[in-house]
Write a protein that binds this ligand. Sequence first.
Ligand code: UD1
Ligand code: CA
Length: 470
Amino acid sequence: MIEKSDQNRPEKPLDILILAAGLGTRMKSRLAKVLHKLDGRPLIAHVCRTASGLSPRRIYVVVGYQADDVIAAVETEMGKEHSAFVNQPEQRGTGDAVMAARSALAGAGATIMILSGDVPMVRTETLRELVQQHHAANATCTMLTVRSENPTGYGRIVRDKADRFLKIVEQKDANETERQIREINAGIYCFESVELFDALGRVQPANQQGEYYLTDVPGILQNDGARVAIYLHPDAREVSGVNTRAELAEFENLIRRSTVRRLMLDDGVTFIDPSHVYISADAQLGRDCVIHPDVHVEGKSIIGEDCELHQGTRITNSRLGDRVTVKDHCVILDSDIASDCAVGPFAHLRMNARMEEHAVVGNFVEVKKSQIGRGTKSMHLTYLGDATIGPETNIGAGTVTCNYDGKHKHQTVIEDHVRIGSDTMLVAPVRVGSGAVTGAGSVVIEDVPPNTLVAGVPAKIKKTLKESDK
Ligand code: UD1
Ligand code: CA
């Protein structure tokens, strides 16, 4: 139990070490466990974000298995300048992983918090409480423990008759009596750095797995007469690890349900069927949006107010203004749609597709790296790639911007108040001037002057348009 001390020591610097070098055999995967995704982000990214919330002096991540990919995931979450890594060449246990960080951490005279990369649900407030209790107790080591109905697989906390901490025993090394213990080690600790590395130097791999266990350190410190404290946390689920895909799916479900609940209760969003939507915790949805079943809103997407997203739509890292309707089965990636636009059904927007207010993109239209002007419509069966299209223009059914010559991509510019006839091929680079018209089936290989009608293959000027022609 926590021993209170009234002589609180002055705040020491806090460093955080996250263990993420293991494969995670129980996942039955080629992918390192910490790279498996929860709510669209790798497990390690969740832990990094939580750790950053404490504003420590430094966060180190111990990497080994698939190190390059784990490093990339950490840098994506925290930015290169806030990321620091320690390499553990061989995964010889959690104690060995911490030992690998010795030169980075030992001399520091700091408090070191150790976290596991596979415990993604833990909250910053919980970690803050752990540090506070560690300092308040003037402890050398403080462990976070929980009581669990199903302790199988976890290290057990062994106490003496007077209820004082004795040691941690791992599942595989525990005898029958020890296996009955319900109090488990969450794998979340604070240590004083000098004592940590001193004790770690005395850990032996004399156990079932032949590994260097970090979990031997608290027992060694206790034997040394150091102050070893326990923070018994009330919520076992929050600090449980992901060891199998079944546990990962449970967490996914929990996060998803809590996100949808928050959106309904706090943000005024309607879900036709709240159990069949997939909204990232980082996404924002505005008031009075209506979300139909099987909609995915991923990444940091921002959806304005009064939008309606119909079934089967996926929106990733995109921004929608207010009153946007997205009909069934659209895919919208990294794109930006202004207020009062309509999209779909079956439309595909990607790579910074941008629609200005009141623009409409209809069925089987793909828009890539293109801008569609205010009030412009492209209703059917069209490919718009590398194009800039002005306002109040109509793109006929079957139009294709032929942007690729086999080597390079080229731009198409369509100015304002243009009418592109059905089945027009715009062979880029090409520009269609303001107020121009192309006839159905035109193959446009040269720029079209403003207010001109072109038609044919290849398209030729047929006449200059007067106001009365339009
Ligand atoms: C560990 C604890 C156990 C605790 C549980 C809580 C040990 C020996 N056991 O068991 O008491 O109840 O966490 O979740 O510490 N790792 C490395 N290098 C290695 C081995 C592991 O970086 O050589 C990393 C893993 O990638 C993982 C973390 O350390 O992120 C924990 O390792 P894991 O094998 O999952 O330990 P558990 O068996 O869960
Ligand atoms: Ca684990």
